[in-house]
Write a protein that binds this ligand. Sequence first.
Ligand code: GBH
Length: 479
Amino acid sequence: MSKAVLPKDFLWGFATAAYQIEGAPTADGRGPSIWDTFCAIPGKIADGSSGAVACDSYNRTAEDIALLKETGAKTYRFSISWSRIIPLGGRNDPVNPKGIEFYKKFVDDLLKEGIVPFVTLFHWDLPDELDKRYGGLLNKEEWVADFANYARVMFEALPKVKNWITFNEPWCSSILGYNTGLFAPGHTSDRKKSPIGDSSRECWIVGHNFLIAHGTAVKIYREEFKPKNGGEIGITLNGDAVYPWDQEDPLDVEAAERKLEFSISWFADPIYHGHYPASMVKQLGDRLPTFTKEELDLVVGSNDFYGMNHYTANFIKHKKTPPAEDDYLGNLETLFESKTGENIGPETQSFWLRPNPQGFHNLLVWLSKRYNHPKIYVTENGTSLKGENDLPLEKIVDDEFRAEYFRGYIGALAKAVSEDGVDIRGYMAWSLMDNFEWAEGYETRFGVTFVDYEGGQKRTLKKSAKIIGPLFESIIRKD
Ligand code: GBH
């Protein structure tokens, strides 16, 4: 990889999310989010922990910026905690000036160091009051209006921010929050896990509401802020790469495509093509909401860029039986081994993640084709490492496995740009530092920086943090 194939102004850096790093859940008037509430339920988080302290980043912004400087990062993607800004969340609830001040100063401090802020408005941490008040994400009228109000408050407060993401991975909030119940607010039909929820319907309603809320916020940005501030706004979607389990079986080939449609196209087709994928309409029938004319006008064309989160790949095998009522994958199995016994990639600490850089390349090309060559920012990409948490510090900082992951994935990105003409403008590794890994707690580490949670939160760069910069600098054009 010696050729300089990426544009001169390519933005590379690192990503985090508010609830995973900030801690300080009651500082300066912050209200609780659904994740504070969810973590307090015994059995929901692997190690019984929560984001109550996390990396204490709310009190350590200077340290975090110094870390970014050390890596040479050009951009930092972070998210805003809605309940710091509006503790109760709603459009008629008071705005908290201290919350605004915190992010304003953070943005200024980043810019002073020449680091471009990439801001996510919502990374899963809904103000808890909105969930209690009217059912949160399930309530289209109320929630869309409240999100729109919060988004406007932030656009107004942070005019220097030129890169906005409305939502991080609405798939996760919808499916894990309202189907499997693995994530807050934990709704599921499984009564052993939750007293409330309908896995066959709620997730599709929530997904629909995300699209309307996204479109509404984008309209506000474009009409009221873009003319004077000139920034861009998009949504970030997750999606794993796919390979047919049996390449010779047309039903597996079809199932692999369907898997992409149920995860990515669920959101991207309405935004880029104005309708849900046919495969979803066929399987879900009237459980999939339909768009009114007004809703479609909001949703179609509502991305200035496509935000792509990507980690892993699966072999896809079609199912022969009719889909279950609570199926959300597209009536298929996801496997780590193919029919011929080929393995997708080495194990990591995350049960769902096995590195497969070729899959990243394939998916970039697929996205580019299906959505007519959009401008893409890779807003997350990274890996955990099997058993990392049990290693001594001198071994942890020598994370060759993670470094190799980045070499492979960044190489795949460069190839997609140079050989396939995919329009990629930026890349943010997940994550700047070890942090609260949601239902997996602190046992799973994703950072390029080690965080010593018991030892005064000391941050130590790992090897992977040091290779990403030079790697990008060698493939970014200088003229
Ligand atoms: C990202 O999601 C998140 O944005 C980030 O906050 C997180 O820390 C990071 O990944 C690392 O996990 O339970 O079998 O249905 C990544 C995409 C999609 C990965 C859902 C986990 C769960 C598989 N995620 N997937 S399953």
